[in-house]
Design a protein around this ligand. Structure first.
Ligand code: PTR
Ligand code: PTR
Length: 311
C-alpha cells in the first residue's frame, strides 16, 4: 500500500487522469454480436452499452421461443479476487426484461443483488422497479413471484429480504437485495467510508447466506456470483467491483494494482468505470481503507497537495 501512496503522490491527480485515459483508449476486447441482434436490441437499456459475447451470461433458452434470442440478457460475468465469475455485472432491468432478470437470478443461484443506483435520479428513470418496493408486497415477473418479506434500513443503504417462488417448479428461495442510496447521480461519494462499510456488509452477507442457505455448496469457492447493477452496469458497478477486488487482494497479500484490475475487468465487461473521478475514487478509497485498518499510517498528504501539476 505504501507503494500505492507513493504512486498517487508522484503522479498527482493529473497523472492518474492520464492513466485512466490510457485505459479508456484501449479498444474493447471482443465482439458484441449477441447484443446487436435485432431481436435483442430492445433488451439493452443503452444502445451504446452492450455486452461482450465471450463473457455474457446466457439464460437457459425457453422451449416456446427461438433459442438464439431467448437466452440473451445484458449481463456479464466478471472475475473477482482469486474467484472466477464472482460477479454478474448487469444493467438496471427494463420492464421488458424483468422476467429475464429473475430467470438469471434463479439459474445462477444468486444470493445477493447489489443495486448502486436509485430508480429515478434527477427526474430520469435509471432502472425499472423490478422488485416489490414495500414489505409484505408480492409481484409477479414472468415465471417468478417475488415477495418482499421485510426491509432493514441503514444510513446509506436499504436491505430487503426477498423470497422468490418459481411457478414452474414450485420451489422457493431467499435473496438479499441491497439498495445503496447515497451515491450521487454524477460523480462519486465524497468520503469512501460509507462505501467501505457497505462493501463489508455485502461481503459478510454473501458468506453467511452461503453457509445457511447452501451448507452443502459444491460449486466454486465463495459461492454463486453476486449480481451488481446500476443504470448501465458499467460506471458505478465497475467502481464497486474494482474496490471489492482491490480490498480483497489487499487483505490477502498486502498489495493492490488498480490499473491492472480495471484493465482486466474491461475484458469481461467493456467500458467498466466511466469517468476519471470514479477511477480516482478507487485510489482514495483503497488508501482510506488501509488507514482504517491500520495497514497504513494516518494521512501524510492532503488532497490539495495533489492538485498541483505533476512533472
Ligand atoms: N455515458 C455518459 C457520457 O458518455 O457522457 C457519461 C455518464 C456517466 C452519464 C454517468 C450518466 C452517468 O450517470 P449515472 O451514473 O448516474 O447513470
Ligand atoms: N448512453 C448512456 C450515456 O451516455 O449516458 C450510457 C451510460 C449511462 C453509461 C449510465 C454509464 C452510465 O452510468 P452507470 O453505468 O453508472 O449506470
Amino acid at each position: 500500500v505504501q507503494d500505492l501512496v507513493q504512486h498517487v503522490k508522484r503522479k498527482k491527480k493529473k497523472g492518474i487522469y492520464q492513466e485512466y485515459e490510457e485505459i479508456r483508449k484501449e479498444p474493447p476486447a471482443g465482439t458484441f454480436d449477441y447484443s446487436k441482434k435485432v431481436s435483442n436490441q430492445i433488451k439493452n437499456r443503452y444502445s451504446d452499452v452492450l455486452c461482450l459475447d465471450q463473457s455474457r451470461v446466457r439464460l437457459c433458452p425457453l422451449n416456446n421461443e427461438d433459442d438464439e434470442t431467448s437466452d440473451y440478457i445484458n449481463a456479464s460475468f466478471m472475475d473477482g479476487y482469486k474467484r472466477s465469475n464472482a460477479y454478474i455485472a448487469t444493467q438496471g432491468p427494463l420492464p421488458k426484461t424483468f422476467g429475464d432478470f429473475w430467470r438469471m437470478v434463479w439459474e445462477q443461484m444468486v444470493l445477493i443483488i447489489v443495486m448502486t443506483t436509485r430508480v429515478v435520479e434527477r427526474g430520469r428513470v435509471k432502472c425499472g422497479q423490478y422488485w416489490p418496493l414495500e414489505a409484505g408486497r408480492t409481484e409477479d415477473y414472468g415465471y417468478f413471484l417475488v415477495r418482499n418479506v421485510h426491509i432493514e434500513m441503514f444510513q446509506d443503504f436499504k436491505l430487503s429480504y426477498l423470497e422468490i417462488f418459481n411457478t414452474q417448479t414450485g420451489e422457493c428461495r431467499e435473496v438479499s437485495h441491497y439498495l445503496y442510496m447515497s451515491w450521487p447521480d454524477f460523480g462519486v461519494p465524497k468520503s469512501a467510508s460509507a462505501m467501505l462499510d457497505f462493501r463489508a456488509h455485502v461481503k459478510q452477507r454473501q458468506e453467511s447466506s452461503l453457509r445457511t442457505l447452501y451448507p452443502d455448496w459444491m460449486g466454486p469457492p465463495g459461492g454463486p456470483p453476486v449480481v451488481v447493477h446500476c443504470s448501465a452496469g458499467i460506471g458505478r458497478t465497475g467502481t464497486f467491483c474494482t474496490l471489492d477486488i482491490c480490498l480483497s487482494r489487499l487483505e490477502d497479500i498486502g498489495t493492490v494494482d488498480i490499473k491492472q484490475t480495471v484493465r482486466r475487468m474491461r475484458t469481461q465487461r467493456a467500458f467498466s468505470i466511466q469517468t476519471w473521478d470514479q477511477y480516482y475514487f478507487c485510489y482514495k478509497a483503497v488508501i482510506e481503507y488501509a488507514q482504517q485498518t491500520g495497514l497504513l499510517q494516518p494521512v501524510e498528504w492532503s488532497d490539495t497537495e495533489l492538485e498541483t501539476d505533476s512533472e
